[in-house]
Design a protein around this ligand. Structure first.
Ligand SMILES: Cc1cc2nc3c(=O)[nH]c(=O)nc-3n(C[C@H](O)[C@H](O)[C@H](O)COP(=O)(O)OP(=O)(O)OC[C@H]3O[C@@H](n4cnc5c(N)ncnc54)[C@H](O)[C@@H]3O)c2cc1C
Length: 460
């Protein structure tokens, strides 16, 4: 329950029709795509930078926690208001402020969806490389706050590599301007890269100038089946040695393929136990030779079944196996721990052996798939919630997996962030002195600890 003076302050900031305290509205904004839930005291909608600054200033005065929210598609509990206080939704801040074709930039409000940006950029044969699977409904603000990526991160980078400048509001209501609207900048500290990936704990991002890339004239997709995961992993390393790397390399492991085969038609040779999807782009004149070169490289690495497509309908057809995976996972168990770990490319075969060992040790089904060209795999540990012993085994299995990832010089998160669910592993990734420094940085941006408190780490 908010104090009357605080509620009045919020109403003054955004108007009475943009502050909701009724139970139905608060419940609707109480969860994200994780299993976490907490009903906020109010949901507040801002429509401009000035309104965001006024809301934050009011909450700073009343020491009231703010959980900034795009569309709530976080998988880690990052957008759940666990410390109470308000949810500040930016979904009404969804304007394109400027599209500059000469400079290949687009300036947008943070609540616009990724897909809206792509659609507008495509009118000028441009695109913004971060392309999470959630792009139809996740926002640019949420993408930036999580340093989100997708298949095309492999060739073109994630949010950090594709953002020039930000406008934001820090925890005391001050306006911050980071970076510059230019392709080079060496003026002071790089606060743009610091705010990207900070999960709403340092500042509320209100506007962003994004770096656009020219869309390739054409694309082609290859689907390569391997008899074992080790050969598929070596193929990934081989493809990444080229000067002209693929735009994406996605992997499905044997467990994923078995699960899909149980619920969908798989037109694969029976001996295939690992599948790679490789996308290449280029001009109409070069694409055929790219397909040939990639096929030859895959064959040299032991691919036993290669298909390719260069027409949109055929490409969509080849992707069908990958799309059948999510529904198939739901048939096997009602719950999953979905991790987005990363290992150096040459460690993928070792990681996959460990995953097999963990699956046997803990008697759990584990399906691994994802952006293997970056070494970024979604390792899904499946369990049924009613079976508490199975759930405990899944959690123990996860802890062991994270130790393995760190031993392999990897990273506990490639794109989803830390939020709530991965906090126990942060001090395994970094040493305590490094986490202490992060906590001090947060104090500078957010002196009253009101911006998404208790996310990424707890403040001392
Ligand atoms: C089906 C599905 C597929 C997914 N696929 C991918 C994928 O391929 N790649 C990937 O990287 N992720 C993926 N995700 C995860 C998720 O979609 C991304 O993390 C996305 O960037 C979150 O955007 P959002 O607008 O929903 O943010 P929210 O979930 O609302 O917020 C996420 C975090 O960002 C903070 N935040 C939101 N807006 C702002 C802002 N303006 N300023 C400061 N902080 C802010 C929040 O406080 C929170 O900490 C997927 C999720 C789902 C459900």
């Amino acid at each position: 329950m908010l104090k009357a003076s605080c509620l009045n302050g919020l109403i003054t900031a955004v108007g009475a029709d943009a502050v909701f305290t009724d139970q139905a509205s608060c419940i609707a904004y109480s969860y994200d795509n994780s299993a976490c839930q907490q009903v906020p005291a109010a949901v507040v909608f801002a429509t401009s930078h000035a309104e965001v600054a006024a809301v934050v200033a009011c909450c700073y005065q009343h020491v009231l926690p703010i959980t900034v929210r795009g569309k709530g598609s976080s998988t880690t509990g990052a957008s759940v208001s666990v410390a109470g206080g308000i949810v500040l939704s930016l979904e009404r801040m969804n304007k394109i402020l400027a599209l500059n074709v000469a400079n290949r930039t687009i300036r947008v409000e943070a609540g616009i969806t990724n897909l809206q940006v792509q659609t507008r950029a495509a009118t000028q044969q441009l695109f913004w490389p971060p392309d999470p699977t959630s792009q139809a409904y996740s926002t640019v603000g949420g993408n930036l706050a999580c340093n989100a990526g997708g298949p095309h991160t492999l060739k073109y980078g994630s949010c950090r590599e594709n953002t020039y400048a930000l406008k934001a509001v820090s925890g005391d209501g001050s306006t911050l301007l980071t970076g510059a609207n230019t392709s080079k900048s060496a003026a002071g500290y790089d606060l743009t890269r610091l705010l990207i990936g900070s999960e709403g704990t340092l500042a509320v991002i209100t506007e962003a100038t994004l770096k656009l890339q020219p869309a390739a004239e054409t694309r082609a997709l290859l689907q390569a089946g391997f008899a074992d995961i080790t050969a598929a992993s070596h193929a990934i390393v081989a493809l990444m040695q080229n000067t002209d790397i693929p735009t994406s390399i996605e992997l499905l492991d044997a467990t994923s393929l078995t699960m899909i085969a149980n619920y969908a038609k798989l037109a694969l040779a029976p001996s295939v136990t690992a599948l790679l999807f490789i996308e290449v782009d280029g001009s109409n004149a070069t694409i055929a030779s790219k397909i040939d070169h990639t096929s030859a490289a895959l064959r040299r690495c032991g691919a036993i079944d290669i298909k390719s497509a260069d027409q949109p309908a055929d490409i969509a057809n080849l992707w069908q196996i990958r799309r059948a995976l999510s529904p198939a996972l739901r048939h096997v168990a009602d719950s999953k721990i979905n991790e987005d770990i990363v290992v150096p490319l040459d460690k993928i075969p070792i990681l996959m052996q460990h995953v097999e060992t963990l699956s046997a040790k803990w008697s759990l089904t584990i399906a691994s798939f994802g952006h293997a060209g970056n070494g970024n795999l979604h390792v899904n540990i499946l369990y049924n919630k009613v079976d508490t012993a199975q759930q405990q085994r899944a959690e123990s299995c996860l802890a062991e997996l994270m130790d393995i990832v760190i031993d392999l010089d990897g990273c506990i998160s490639g794109e989803h962030g830390i939020g709530l669910t991965k906090q126990p592993f942060l001090t395994k990734q970094y040493n305590q002195a490094t986490v202490n420094l992060m906590q001090k940085i947060k104090q500078q941006f957010d002196p009253a600890n009101i911006l998404n408190p208790n996310k990424v780490f707890k403040q001392p």
